[in-house]
Design a binder for this molecule. Structure first.
Ligand SMILES: N[C@@H](CCC(=O)N[C@@H](CS)C(=O)NCC(=O)O)C(=O)O
Length: 336
């Protein structure tokens, strides 16, 4: 694990020395937007028009942030417009790597990872350098690449799913809206609760290097899960009557929770399977068309347990737990 400093790869772990052992996530730096007509989006530059055979998505199947973008690619019928490349789950001294030549010592090829079809790179950091040869910062997935301008459109999943939600509608004819105007305030309210306390909350617990920082994150995670359990006991989805962006953003953390966060990140007060409403809600989302195919528990477990050797130095990957996301959910019984 490492980062780029003025275009040079440096192998070092997160620095929590200056933050009392707290993990502080760095902001994504490529923040352009694909739009229907190529006009500028909320941030970044204009010039990224929604077109077929122009954009390429790089993801890890292990990563909850990248997972959001894969889900929206499915839900919005973008599979034929935006090809996807999956990195190896083991993220080691060279960061994320592609299948094929040049693997780091210790890295094993895991089924389902791809070579880089655009540049035949070995490592994801080399793709970042194609976009900016002087880049300084973390090298993260997801990456939405523009083959025309030969640059990264965005490496921020929250933005990429909003682009996928609407920018390509004229090309796909798929107008299902996961961020509808009348629910936006409520979606934002949920995102504001769930991002720091759940999505990033499990990371704050897992990457904390001091007891107090860990315990604060742990308490935030379980206080918020209690709030969610109560809400989802009476409401089928987060924002009223329909599945929205807020549900999918929550889903990618919940689906990983019992397999990795409970053990590896020590968020172990309760499992998701101990929460009746939340666990049925996860099963309902998992059983939506196209979603099960985006969930790869093997990549998820291999990534976390094998890559983070400061947390799990033996790199032994657990066999369990048994998971039953296909079991009946019976969420139609919950009033909307
Ligand atoms: N803000 C980014 C965060 C992405 C992110 O942190 N991805 C992780 C994998 S789950 C990563 O690539 N980490 C590598 C690193 O931090 O060096 C997003 O949501 O897109």
């Amino acid at each position: 694990m490492g980062l780029l400093q003025a275009g040079k790869w440096v192998d070092k772990w997160y620095d929590t020395a200056k933050t009392d052992g707290k993990f502080v996530r760095e902001n994504a730096q490529f923040r352009n937007w694909v739009t229907a007509d190529g006009s500028a989006g909320a941030t970044g530059n204009a010039g990224f028009k929604a077109e077929a055979d122009r954009y390429h998505l790089y993801v890890s199947l292990a990563c909850p942030w990248a997972h959001r973008t894969l889900i929206f690619r499915e839900l919005k019928g973008l599979q034929h417009l935006i090809p996807v490349t999956v990195v190896e789950p083991h993220m080691l001294q060279n960061g994320w790597e592609f299948a094929g030549a040049g693997q780091s010592a210790n890295a094993h090829h895991i089924a389902g990872a791809d070579a880089d079809p655009l540049f035949q790179k070995d490592f994801l950091y080399q793709l970042y350098l194609e976009a900016d040869h002087n880049y300084s910062g973390r090298v993260t997935v997801p990456v939405l690449w523009d083959k025309q301008q030969q640059t990264i459109v965005s490496n921020e999943s929250a933005d990429i799913i909003r682009m996928f939600n609407s920018a390509f509608n004229d090309l796909t004819g798929n107008t299902v809206d996961y961020y509808p105007a009348h629910l936006q305030a409520e979606i934002e309210r949920w995102n504001t609760l769930i991002y720091p306390n759940i999505n990033n909350g499990v990371y704050r617990a897992g990457f904390a290097t001091q007891q107090a920082a860990y315990e604060q994150a742990f308490d935030d995670v379980f206080a918020t899960l209690d709030t969610l359990e109560q809400h989802l006991s009476n409401q089928r989805y987060l924002a009223k009557e329909q599945i929205t962006e807020a549900d999918w953003r929550l889903f990618t953390t919940l689906i990983r929770f019992d397999a990795v966060y409970f053990g590896h990140f020590k968020t172990n007060l309760r499992r998701i399977s101990d929460y009746p409403a939340i666990s049925a809600y996860v099963r309902e989302l998992y059983q939506q068309p196209g979603i099960a195919g985006t969930v790869n528990i093997e990549h998820i477990k291999q990534h976390y347990y094998y890559s983070h050797d400061s947390i799990n130095p033996t790199r032994v990957v657990p066999k369990g737990p048994a998971l039953a996301f296909d079991a009946p959910h019976q969420r139609e019984r919950v009033s909307k």
